[in-house]
Each structure stands twice: as C-alpha cells, then as structure tokens.
Ligand binder design. Structure first.
Ligand SMILES: *[C@@H]1O[C@H](CO)[C@@H](O)[C@H](O)[C@H]1NC(C)=O
Ligand SMILES: *[C@@H]1O[C@H](CO)[C@@H](O)[C@H](O)[C@H]1NC(C)=O
Ligand SMILES: *[C@@H]1O[C@H](CO)[C@@H](O)[C@H](O)[C@H]1NC(C)=O
Ligand SMILES: *[C@@H]1O[C@H](CO)[C@@H](O)[C@H](O)[C@H]1NC(C)=O
Length: 272
C-alpha cells in the first residue's frame, strides 16, 4: 500500500517532468523562430548628405528552399503621408508615393527572388531622416522591419605639407565635429583648427600641426556624435601618405532574437 506521502511525492515528480517538457518545448520553438522573417543588414544607417543610401531589407528563411515568389514590398516612413515605394504584382506603383521621394528611389526587382527588398534612396537630404518600415510579403512568408535613418556630412581629410607645417583639410562636416591630433603613441598634440560654416551649417575644416617630425606617423581624429574619421598621415619628403577609416555610431537597439528569448524567459517565470 502506497502511503499518502508516496502518492504526493510521485505526483510532484510527474508534475516536475511535465513542466520541464513544456519549458523545453517552448524554448525549442523560441530558438527555431518563425520559418521566415524580414531582416536588415543595417537598422540604423547614417547617410552622407547628398549621397545615395541603401535601406536594407530582405526576407530570411530557415527552410531548405530559399527562393521567393509573388513578392510584394511596401516602404513607408513614419508620420509621412503616402508611401516611399510600393511594388506588387511585378510592377512599381507610384500613385501613392509621397512627393518628397519622387524620382529619388531605386528598387531592384531582379533580386526579389532572393527575398531582397532593399531600396536605394538617391541624394539624401536632411528631411529624409526618420523611421522607415519595410513590409514584405511572398508566397513563402512575410515580415516587416524598421530602419532608423540619420544624416550627417563627412569627408576624409587631405593632407599637405609646406614650410614646416602639416595641414589637413576636410570640406564637408555636419554636425560640427571636434578635431584632435595625436602622435604615434596616442598622445594628444597641440594643433590649430579653424571652421568655416556655410548657410546650411556644413563646416569646412582646416587644421594645422606644427612642429612635426618627417617620417613620423600622426593621427587626425575628426569626430561628432554620429561619425568618427581616423586618419593616419606620414610625411615622406613633400608627400603625405594617408589612410582614413570611418566608424559610425550605431544607436543601441536590442536585436530581435534577444527580445524574443527575454519574452520566453518571462513566460517560464510566469508558468513556474
Ligand atoms: C540587395 O540588393 C542590393 C542592390 O542590388 C544590394 O546592394 C544588397 O547587397 C542586396 N542585399 C542582400 C542581402 O542581398
Ligand atoms: C614659414 O614659417 C616661418 C616661421 O614660422 C615664418 O616666419 C614664415 O613667414 C613662413 N613662410 C611662409 C611662406 O608661410
Ligand atoms: C619629434 O621627435 C622628437 C625626438 O624623437 C620628439 O621628442 C618630439 O616629441 C617629436 N615631435 C612631434 C611633434 O612628434
Ligand atoms: C568630441 O566629440 C565627441 C562626440 O560628440 C565626444 O564624445 C568627445 O568627448 C569629444 N572630444 C573632445 C576632445 O572634445
């Protein structure tokens, strides 16, 4: 005869096994994710004013077959009437396109079969800043992704040397950056920088370093909240060898997978 204690004990074990199974199932579903979803290779791009910028959006699938058919795409901008770009039944539909984007969008229908719904925005203006949403649907699945576009102006500096002075010039920066000269060891050097702003608020920069040593390498850092340009310059006689690397400040946004794991962790806490 099983005692009451044994019955309770057995029931507890069964309940624990049952709950563990449910949790494992939920986790499996969470990590497998949906069969297809929309993604972007850059959800917070920083466009250089006046240049073209690709708004990246594509369908991603975990199934074997990774081609898509009957793809429709709609690009919209938050708090803007009409659409940025519309594509369905194999043609672009401009009837609802907001005039701000007239003649300034390029779409790539030939890449739709791979799920690519990216949109090229031509000659970016400051008014293009904001949140864009790409809605993409296909026979194989659909999804949407939001992209936060920001704008700046940035150019790599050019270097010249004359009369014992190393001069750097960069003619388009916005917002106004700060400028720092560093030696090979990263020690800050005393340079002299002047800014000239045009009516649009875009700065041209002239910065000089004096004295400097021939064949030493100097670093010039031009930086604002959005963009950092790090240039290395080495004076070789009357020539300056230079190399510039841009880095962009990405707005911190939690990746989607992390969010969904968080949601499931919350669910598990609720269950137990
Ligand atoms: C989508 O197409 C654009 C334009 O051809 C290309 O630049 C981009 O790399 C493509 N993206 C993907 C994920 O294939
Ligand atoms: C070159 O530098 C010297 C010393 O700083 C200065 O006196 C001279 O005027 C400069 N020459 C030119 C052409 O800038
Ligand atoms: C030039 O070289 C000398 C000797 O190595 C060093 O003391 C000095 O700090 C250097 N100056 C600059 C501007 O790099
Ligand atoms: C330069 O600007 C960046 C971005 O605005 C800021 O983080 C940094 O502290 C500034 N550096 C100096 C030396 O002012």
């Amino acid at each position: 005869m099983a005692s009451l204690g044994q019955i309770i004990f057995t029931s507890m074990i069964i309940l624990i096994i049952l709950f563990s199974t449910i949790i494992i199932l939920i986790l499996a579903i969470a990590f497998a994710g949906p069969l297809s979803e929309a993604q972007s290779s850059n959800r917070s791009p920083i466009a250089n004013l006046g240049e073209d910028e690709l708004l990246s959006c594509y369908l991603h699938t975990t199934s074997e077959k990774n081609t898509f058919s009957q793809v429709s795409v709609s690009w919209e901008k938050t708090s803007l009437s009409g659409v940025v770009y519309d594509y369905y039944s194999g043609v672009a539909d401009f009837t609802d396109q907001n005039s701000q984007f007239k003649g300034r969008t390029q779409f790539f229908p030939e890449t739709l079969v791979q799920g690519n719904a990216s949109l090229l925005l031509r000659s970016v203006r400051q008014s293009d800043e904001g949140e864009y949403t790409c809605y993409v649907s296909s026979a194989e699945g659909d999804g949407q992704v939001s992209i936060n576009l920001r704008t700046a102006a940035f150019t790599a500096p050019t270097f010249t040397v004359s009369n014992g002075t190393l001069t750097a010039e960069a003619n388009r920066w916005f917002p106004k950056p700060n400028v720092t000269w560093l030696d090979y060891f990263g020690k800050v050097l005393q340079g002299s920088t002047s800014f000239m702003q045009n009516t649009a608020g875009i700065s041209s920069i002239v910065s000089t370093l004096k004295p400097f040593n021939i064949s030493d390498t100097y670093t010039l850092r031009i930086q604002n909240d959005l963009v950092t340009a790090v240039s290395e310059a080495t004076v070789m006689g009357s020539d300056v060898k230079k190399n510039t690397i841009f880095t962009f400040n990405s707005a911190s946004s939690l990746p989607r997978s992390y969010l969904s794991i968080m949601t499931y962790v919350l669910c598990i806490c609720y269950l137990t």
